[in-house]
Design a protein around this ligand. Structure first.
Ligand SMILES: NC(=O)c1ccc[n+]([C@@H]2O[C@H](COP(=O)([O-])OP(=O)(O)OC[C@H]3O[C@@H](n4cnc5c(N)ncnc54)[C@H](O)[C@@H]3O)[C@@H](O)[C@H]2O)c1
Ligand SMILES: O=c1ccn([C@@H]2O[C@H](COP(=O)(O)OP(=O)(O)O[C@H]3O[C@H](CO)[C@@H](O)[C@H](O)[C@H]3O)[C@@H](O)[C@H]2O)c(=O)[nH]1
Length: 440
């Protein structure tokens, strides 16, 4: 099938590449010419394990192409995936200007039946707005070409995106048009073998399903983070608690890891967007409001622990920070806790030496030549002359450091671990002061 994907951010690029991988002909459009140039030069603008190889393979096979031409992209696919950004507005609600612009472009140039698919995370009711935008553009041209709108939210996780797309838990299709549902079933046929993962529902329910999933996951994390803070006070161990409750299949072990707060481009944004949608409908989502507040607070937990240990004035001190990305296996620093920690340390007079296996270029893009931030070539180099170490991202390479060398390099042998990487007992044996999240 010929498929157009609009937007070559995380979701657009993964969607387009995976759809090409199973044999479709895919054209990806982005209006950011610099991204298309990178892609046409055989590289990718993001870090995602396995994606570069998959992009190159499909480009070489002639199944995957990139363009900045709207006309070409509208003409190409019978299915048009909209995978553009939906960043938060000033009040936290989702800004739909990129989505409606993409829809208008389709309406402006289409000459035959199209299925317009909302792949972006969009508030309930957006499918109606997309439909309206296409209709308005058709009317301006005095055309009445048939088309359908489908809501098909994406559930991939950064760092594991290819696996999530190629082997999805479920494929949600919100549609009310039989021809469109049939086409969408064909699009996903290759990802839907062995057992049926396709869940067809109405468009509003599909739109809400996406927010419900992220809100539920964020709630689990904030719940465990608050319990971890309590465990700190009570002398209990949150990891033991996780094992204790996770064995109940109604709860499960996954996604219950306490830490220094959730970040990324989705949870913080989507939780707030859902709170806003509810507010507009005179519903006060009390649980979710608390989830967001607890997370904002949790992002300060490492700094609080540092201040409790070294005092409020950190002038002249230098802290090694391991991990800048909001999670491992990505270079994404959107809403990353590392930013809250570093900015908090700077405000108290300290400097930072950071190390991240892939996100240092992104950090340089964000912070430019910030004098209070320097970068190390390796995790161990970051420790040289530092007063203490803070860990923000659980990169695999941080899991088994040389603790003797670590102790020797730090002025104070203290680790503030926002991701609970080590056994507190082992740290005590090593003579390392260990401040984790809810561990004992
Ligand atoms: N990042 C994730 O892990 C993830 C996972 C699931 C869902 N989502 C959702 O998917 C959507 C996209 O997320 P992302 O992280 O890929 O976004 P992004 O901001 O990284 O990328 C969006 C891309 O769309 C391009 N664009 C904007 N308007 C355009 C237009 N009219 N025509 C063509 N290109 C246009 C931008 O130049 C940009 O390259 C968001 O709604 C997000 O919430 C993201
Ligand atoms: O037990 C856990 C699990 C995660 N996190 C944190 O939660 C954040 C988000 O992690 P994750 O969900 O793995 O990454 P995302 O790529 O943001 O993926 C989420 O957001 C996407 C965009 O909507 C959805 O598609 C995915 O299903 C959803 O998991 C990160 O800061 C993690 O450190 C925790 O603190 N504890």
């Amino acid at each position: 099938m010929r498929i157009t994907v609009i937007g070559t951010g995380y979701v657009g690029l993964v969607t387009g590449t995976c759809l090409a991988e199973v044999g479709n002909d895919v054209l990806c459009l982005d209006l950011d010419a610099s991204k298309i140039e990178i892609l046409n030069n055989g590289d990718i603008p993001i870090h995602e394990p396995g994606l570069l190889e998959m992009v190159r393979r499909n480009v070489a096979a002639g199944r995957l192409q990139f363009t900045t031409s709207i006309e070409e992209s509208v003409a190409f696919g019978i299915v048009q995936f909209i995978a553009v950004g939906t960043p938060p507005d000033e009040d936290g609600s989702a800004d739909l200007k990129y989505v409606t612009a993409a829809a208008r472009n389709i309406g402006r140039h289409m000459t035959e039946y199209k299925v317009v698919v909302d792949k972006s995370t969009v508030p309930v009711g957006t499918a109606d707005k997309v439909r309206q935008a296409v209709i308005e553009e058709l009317q301006k041209r005095d055309e009445s070409i048939p088309f359908a709108v489908v809501s098909n939210p994406e559930f991939l996780k950064e760092g594991d995106a290819l696996n999530d797309f190629m082997r999805p838990d479920r494929i949600v299709i919100g549609a009310e048009d039989a021809r469109a549902i049939e086409l969408m079933r064909n699009v996903y046929a290759q990802f839907n073998r062995n057992h049926d993962r396709i869940v067809v529902m109405d468009m509003r329910s599909a739109e809400l399903t996406k927010y419900a999933a992220n809100a539920m996951l964020a709630t689990r994390i904030s719940f465990m983070n608050e319990l971890a803070n309590l465990a700190d006070k009570l002398g209990a161990d949150i990891e033991q608690v996780r094992l204790g409750i996770g064995s109940d299949p109604r709860i499960g072990f996954d996604f219950l890891y306490a830490g220094c707060g959730y970040g990324g481009s989705c949870f913080p944004k989507d939780v707030n967007a859902l709170i806003n949608t509810a507010r507009e409908n005179e519903i006060d989502l009390k649980v979710l409001t608390a989830v967001d507040q607890a997370n904002e607070k949790q992002k300060h937990v490492l700094l609080d622990k540092i201040v409790a240990r070294f005092g409020a004035d950190l002038k002249g001190m230098n802290f090694a920070v391991w991990g800048l990305a909001f999670k491992p296996n990505t270079d994404d620093m959107r809403a990353a806790t590392s930013r809250v920690l570093m900015e908090g340390l700077w405000a108290r007079g300290a400097t930072v030496t950071a190390y991240d296996p892939v996100a240092m270029a992104e950090s340089k893009r964000i912070y430019g030549d910030e004098p209070r931030l320097s970068y190390a070539e390796s995790s161990m180099d970051a420790l040289d002359g530092a007063d203490a170490l803070a860990i923000v991202t659980e990169w695999k390479e941080f899991r088994v450091p040389n603790f003797d060398a670590l102790k020797a390099a730090l002025k104070t042998p203290a680790i503030f671990d926002g991701r609970n990487l080590y056994s507190p007992e082992f740290m005590r044996e090593q003579g390392i002061e260990y401040y984790a999240i809810g561990r004992r």
